[in-house]
Design a protein around this ligand. Structure first.
Ligand code: ZN
Ligand code: FE
Ligand code: FE
Ligand code: ZN
Length: 269
């Protein structure tokens, strides 16, 4: 099955395309299931620039619910990408409980002050902070999927001897929590030119039996399903025979079938 569980809407103010344009591209990509996961509202002290405002959450839910009603294929899921940061858990839990989400992606992003971009400090220290937050995000049990698990590589290019043990601890917490880990293809199209997570971390996830969710992290309708064909191949080579989807917070296995026809990209990049 072809599943993409990570895409945005214009409500976050840094994505383009209508919900219907995303769905049309999902159809061209031959997706069976696609999930919208726009950036959740967060407390003002944390960040308001990169996400919908609190009063827009009902609008977002309405957009996706209406899209579900008028779309046969792919099946549309109502998800949310929620940031994790200590002190915001109660607010996030309240949002999650207010609506009938199919799943919640938990993300550690560079907000909340754990990175000072003016004085980023040493990469090892940043890695320690990041992976400790990632570990705590899993321990919070708020999320069904832990997103782009080595995002910190953008700001903290560190050697493997530094990040590997930190990532291993975080993955232990993910395995313990029962959450899935995201294979997020978008990194391959950024300067870093590598999906999240890197192959070492992905192999460690496999060793721990952690299920994988595929996400294009599309912020543009053209990018729905981008990287899926390669991602499924990589996962199959590692020994995964399925990726996951969700229905009202309950996890479903979606078999990987490499013989299914590849999608049609419109993107000329
Ligand atoms: Zn975004
Ligand atoms: Fe994210
Ligand atoms: Fe995202
Ligand atoms: Zn994201």
């Amino acid at each position: 099955m072809r599943v993409d569980l990570h895409m945005h809407t214009t409500l976050c103010r840094h994505a383009t395309g209508t919900v219907d344009e995303y769905i049309a591209q999902g159809q061209r990509m031959g997706l069976d299931i696609m999930g919208f996961t726009d950036h959740n509202p967060m407390p003002e002290w944390y960040d308001t620039a990169a996400r919908m405002y609190p009063e827009q959450l009902p609008t977002y839910v309405q957009w996706i619910t209406e899209a579900q009603a008028r779309t046969r294929t792919p099946r549309i899921l109502l998800g949310l990408e929620a940031d994790f940061f200590p002190g915001t858990e109660d607010a996030v839990r309240e949002q999650i409980d207010t609506y009938d989400f199919d799943y919640i992606i938990g993300s550690v992003h560079p907000f909340g002050g754990w990175i000072d971009f003016a004085a980023p400090g040493d990469p090892e220290d940043l890695c320690r902070k990041y992976y400790s937050l990632l570990e705590k995000s899993a321990q919070s049990r708020l999320f069904d999927i832990i997103a782009h698990p080595d995002l910190v590589k953008h700001w903290a290019p560190a050697s493997e001897s530094v990040w590997k043990p930190l990532a291993a601890r975080a993955l232990d917490a993910v395995a313990e929590s029962g959450a899935a880990l995201e294979y997020n293809a978008s990194g391959a199209y950024k300067d870093i030119q590598e999906v999240y997570p890197n192959p070492v971390i992905l192999a460690m996830a496999r060793e721990r039996g952690i299920p994988i969710a595929f996400g294009s992290d599309a912020h543009d309708a053209q990018h729905v399903g981008r990287g899926l064909d390669n991602g499924l191949k990589v996962l199959a080579e590692l020994g995964y025979d399925s990726v996951v989807a969700f229905d009202k917070r309950s996890r479903q296995e979606c078999p990987i079938d490499l013989d299914e026809p590849a999608g049609v990209y419109l993107d000329s990049e």
